[in-house]
Ligand binder design. Structure first.
Ligand code: BGC
Ligand code: CA
Length: 247
């Protein structure tokens, strides 16, 4: 090969490889669940059927549902580092007319002194009942908040559609909430847009130091339900098969 043919050969190989990688990218179609935000994978979780008593005590029925965590950090709105921010482990139950949420919050110091409800140590629940994933709030969408003292507040829609109790624990507080489903009759297989947010007034100054979320890692859920995760109303979790050692 002369020097020129060798240069031409190398150049055409590189061009071919470049085209091949471009066409691979073109055909990598996003899965439906990833469409809301390509950079952050949309999560899905399953709620189990059941009707708990809303009293702040953790009924046995909760153990039939799966557990998830508010482990996404809303960096743009937080000063407290992620590993020091309050975080919740939560579970969901459903019946025809309600969504139930149990959140066990780890919060080093409880503060509800902030003037605005969202500045206080609190748990927020977001729902999009018809899963339209709108970028604003429709009638079926809702923002529900309960602080560490059990005080309830709402976003733009709805009003007075939640029953909730908060109980302090040694490591934070527990929230048990029942949210009325006003736009759908839930049945097995129904899906709604859903998210959980934990607000943390980390230094008890009356202003929020950190936000942790389950799915949407922006602070937009209160005005935009397009980035919520997906909650599926499913069956109860299969009980663990007992081994000889467990018996
Ligand atoms: C947000 C706040 C917002 C509030 C409105 C909260 O979820 O984090 O930034 O002002 O909702 O209700
Ligand atoms: Ca909606």
């Amino acid at each position: 090969m002369t020097r020129l043919t060798s240069v031409l050969f190398t150049a055409s190989c590189m061009a071919f490889l470049h085209c091949a990688s471009l066409s691979a990218q073109d055909t990598a179609v996003a899965k439906p669940d990833e469409k809301a935000d390509a950079a952050v994978k949309t999560r899905t979780m399953r709620a189990a059927p059941g009707t708990p008593t809303i009293d702040g005590d953790i009924d046995k029925i909760w153990s039939t549902s799966r557990k998830a965590k508010t482990d996404r950090y809303v960096a743009s709105e937080s000063e407290t580092p992620a590993d020091e921010a309050a975080v919740a482990e939560f579970r969901c139950l459903w019946d025809a007319k309600h969504l139930y949420v149990l959140a066990v919050v780890k919060d080093a110091a409880l503060s509800t002194s902030g003037e605005e409800s969202w500045q206080q140590d609190s748990v927020e629940i977001f729902i999009d009942q018809n899963m339209a994933r709108a970028t604003s709030y429709d009638e079926d969408d809702g923002q529900y908040r309960v602080n560490g003292d059990g005080e309830i507040s709402y976003g733009q829609v709805p009003k007075e559609a939640m029953k909730a109790i908060a109980k302090k624990t040694k490591t934070g507080y527990v929230v048990e909430a029942a949210i009325e489903l006003t736009a759908i009759t839930a049945e097995k297989g129904s899906k709604i847009g859903f998210d959980v947010q934990v607000n943390d007034d980390s230094d008890s100054s009356g202003t929020r130091g950190a936000i942790m979320k389950w799915n949407d890692d922006t602070n937009e859920s209160w005005q935009d339900v397009s980035r919520l995760g997906t909650l599926v109303f499913g069956a109860a979790k299969k009980p663990k098969v007992k081994t000889e050692e467990d018996k």
